[in-house]
Design a protein around this ligand. Structure first.
Ligand code: ADP
Ligand code: ZN
Length: 289
């Protein structure tokens, strides 16, 4: 049996299951303090013993396996978690192999093995949620440089008439600052989930997402781009994003997939389970080290 932890800023999901992605048992706990959460996680895995665990963790987090601080949180806005040695504490208490990467990359791993990116060598996974982040899976390896990629702060060209004061504390015109869930809510005064599918918000959103993806695509030249996260629950976005990426490429066809947007850009098929399933796969990596 393998274990999986999807540690987010508001909730932590823990599961036990198998490397084929089957989840046997799972729990959800609220993210509070590291001490309290670790005690809950340890109790769960004592009750449901596993051979190894894979963790997808909110960031920024140290993902450098060579570092003494591998699996420690970095300078996160969640004060109590800043610099907390998450992986080391769990390893000490559970005494089994555990691997950790960013939540985004681990969800991407799930999609590459068992979802829409099956068989692709080079996948970019982007999430548009409370934040915007990207992960890269290349030949079954999770990119650690030794850091995990972030990608949400690439520069946007403002859509005409968009006066929003960016929600990013660092940048007036970045992807996360203009196109994350909180940016949508601030701009239109309502949560994205409350805006109707034909609201002008989505045309603007599709433009920003297309700009962000375009930059990532021309830099990385991936086989596949998978876009997930809460905002992508707006199903009308995908086709507009594909059209707009195509328009913005403006005839640039460096490789075949750039001529087939339906193949290049997809949404996750594992849905909300991608992170936990990715964690099971990462646990399998940890087990085979
Ligand atoms: P997180 O990024 O916090 O891990 P999500 O990926 O679910 O979690 O993203 C949450 C964000 O997505 C929130 O800003 C929320 O308003 C937005 N969101 C959630 N559901 C929808 C929806 N159906 N339509 C548009 N936006 C949504
Ligand atoms: Zn920014």
């Amino acid at each position: 049996m393998l274990g999986s932890i999807e540690a987010g800023g508001t909730k932590i999901n823990c599961a036990v299951g198998h490397q084929d992605g089957t989840i046997v048992k799972q729990i959800q706990i609220a993210t509070t303090t590291p001490d309290e959460n670790v005690a809950q996680i340890v109790a769960f895995f004592q009750e449901h013993p596993v051979e190894a665990i894979g963790i997808g963790c909110f960031g920024p987090v140290n993902v450098d396996k060579e570092s003494a601080d591998y699996g420690s949180l970095l300078d996160t806005p969640k004060q109590q978690w800043r610099f907390y040695p998450f992986l080391a504490t769990l390893k000490q208490q559970l005494a089994i192999p555990i691997e950790l990467h960013s939540d985004v990359t681990v969800s991407g791993l799930g999609e590459v093995h068992l979802g829409g990116g099956k068989g692709d060598n080079f996948v970019l996974y982007v999430t548009i949620g409370t934040g915007i982040g990207g992960g890269v899976i290349l030949n079954d390896q999770l990119l650690r440089s030794p850091r995990h990629p972030e990608m949400g702060h690439v520069t946007m060209q403002r859509v005409e008439g968009d006066q929003l004061v960016s929600v990013c504390p660092f940048h007036d015109n970045c992807f996360e600052g203009l196109a994350s869930g909180p940016a949508i809510e601030k701009r239109w005064g309502k949560k994205g989930s409350e805006l109707p599918p034909d609201h002008p918000a989505w045309e603007m959103e599709a433009d920003y997402i297309a700009q962000g993806l375009l930059q990532m695509i021309v830099v990385l030249a991936p086989d596949r781009v998978i876009i997930g996260g809460g905002v992508m629950k707006q199903q009308q976005l995908l086709s507009r994003i594909r059209e707009k990426v195509q328009e913005k490429l403006n005839g640039y066809t460096y490789y075949d997939r750039l001529e087939n947007m339906e193949q290049l850009i997809i949404t996750p098929v594992l849905g909300d389970d991608a992170g936990l399933i990715g964690g099971l796969l990462l646990a399998d990596y940890a087990n085979n080290m």
